[in-house]
Design a protein. Structure first.
Length: 121
């Protein structure tokens, strides 16, 4: 084993490769930073992202969320009606497992609608 620090063998080659790799990495990072980013060209003066059809992306997201909320609200109302019908059929001392599952589903759908509305409104 050679402990001579001035030996130009493998240590020099290892350092040279590390510096070369570091330099290439820095060049790639600079080149990527200079490149056009997706969406930069599609923004209007207010900073809103426009879709290829010219509409604002945020407006389309809110519109889709509203439509989904309406659909799930209708399903929620139907599920609540089914739950009420089941309660009326059963005796006051009877609580079916199906009714408990319906309550869980009502809660899950309500939470999903609420979370979606908090995110976009």
């Amino acid at each position: 084993m050679n402990d001579d620090p001035h030996d130009g063998g493998q240590t020099f080659q290892t350092r040279r490769r590390a510096l070369l790799l570091l330099g290439l990495t820095a060049q790639l990072a600079v080149a990527q930073d200079r490149g056009a980013r997706p969406g930069d060209l599609d923004k209007d003066e207010a900073g809103d992202v426009r879709l290829p059809n010219g509409k604002k992306q945020q407006d389309e997201i809110v519109k889709a969320a509203h439509a989904q909320n309406l659909k799930e609200a209708r399903e929620l109302a139907e599920l609540a009606k089914q739950f009420a019908d089941d309660l009326e059929k059963n005796d006051r001392f009877v609580l079916s497992v199906a009714s408990l599952k319906q309550l869980d589903e009502l809660e899950k759908r309500t939470r999903r609608i609420r979370d979606r509305m908090k995110g976009y409104y």
